[in-house]
Ligand binder design. Sequence first.
Ligand code: KMT
Ligand code: NI
Length: 175
Amino acid sequence: MKSYYYDESDPSSYQHDHDSGIEVTPEQLKQIGVLYYHLDNMDDVNKLAKQREYKNRDQISLSSNSFPGGQEALKAKLDTFIEEHLHEDEEIRYIVEGSGFFDVRDSNDKWIRNKCEKNDLLILPAGIYHRFTLDCDNNVVALRLFKDEPKWIALNRPVSADNQYREEYLQSIKA
Ligand code: KMT
Ligand code: NI
């Protein structure tokens, strides 16, 4: 995975790199509650899932020839992922194939771009604002892990000021 500040001045589409050249370290990601692992095999993924008590999983394939419902349905799905949103549970993704960008907001509300590739595993904490896009290769297969039942609901920004998960997240990065 490669992490860097997103270059807002580049007018090209989200799917381009937008690399500002300002790198972000795993330590900096940790400070905003984002965890990163590079896991070469499924055994290690299963181990981590057990440690962190992720009980459920499924797999999503985002490419025009594999998405159920075809091109139109894929586009609709991608449109929801690129909207800035949060979830009331962790978002855990393991890249099985292909690549894509997970953008997260830092504590100053700047976008950090995480370019995820095969065998990268990224954990976004509940309550963090983020978005996802494919890169120009237009293909990713990702394993989605869940603590309990999948919580699909994406709450678009801004969530209400008293959202418990947002409040807890903001508290957690203060320390
Ligand atoms: C989300 O909720 O932002 C996503 O699931 C992103 C797409 S997973 C490749
Ligand atoms: Ni999300």
